[in-house]
Ligand binder design. Structure first.
Ligand SMILES: *[C@@H]1O[C@H](CO)[C@@H](O)[C@H](O)[C@H]1NC(C)=O
Length: 180
């Protein structure tokens, strides 16, 4: 009983309990999907695309990312339309101005991460690559992680599950593939 209590107290007073998450134990999808509030129009696209291309073995279907980017108008034939980034983000996040710089930075940072990965040739071709472009799908996962990590307080769901999911995304190497 005292031991349980001391573990509890350590967790209350030391943030260490959240740091160094176990990277082999990714959070469940349902525990982090809604952590950073999304604009309604984006949520509708996400719902539509995840119904059309459901997760397989807890991994997003590769067509899901292309579907989302197609619907937003940010990708054409698998190519991110960089000149449209600021207008598309400005339109989607018009009612959530706190998120505009976060989303813009996320897209830019993800572009760098993805370009670097492709130059190194490190990125394995994911399943389903023959049906859909995998660049938008890499962007989708990266964008989601970046906006979750940098989500402003005004849009953040301050729950244990969300805080744990954010620690995981901060500390564990990308891509954050849930274990099967
Ligand atoms: C996305 O749009 C392209 C045309 O720009 C189309 O060829 C492709 O099938 C679409 N992909 C999805 C997943 O809807």
């Amino acid at each position: 009983m005292f031991r349980d209590l001391s573990v509890f107290l350590v967790c209350v007073f030391v943030v260490q309990c959240l740091a160094d998450p176990d990277c082999s134990e990714p959070p469940k999808k349902k525990d982090f999907m809604g952590c950073c509030k999304k604009p309604e129009a984006l949520s509708e696209i996400i719902t539509k695309c995840s119904e059309k291309y459901p997760f397989e073995h807890r991994r997003p279907n590769i067509c899901y990312g292309e579907c989302v980017f197609n619907e937003t108008g940010l990708a054409v034939d698998g190519v991110i339309q960089r000149d449209k980034i600021s207008s598309v983000i400005g339109e989607f996040y018009k009612d959530m101005p706190d998120l505009i710089p976060v989303a813009t930075e996320a897209i830019e940072k993800c572009g760098e991460i993805i370009r670097a990965k492709m130059e190194k040739g490190k990125e394995r071709k994911p399943q389903g690559d023959d049906q859909c472009h995998h660049v938008p799908s890499m962007y989708a996962g990266c964008f989601f992680a970046q906006t979750t990590i940098n989500c402003p307080d005004s849009a953040w769901q301050d729950t244990d599950d969300c805080n744990r999911a954010r620690e995981f995304m901060k500390s564990c190497p990308m891509p954050h593939r849930p274990k099967e």
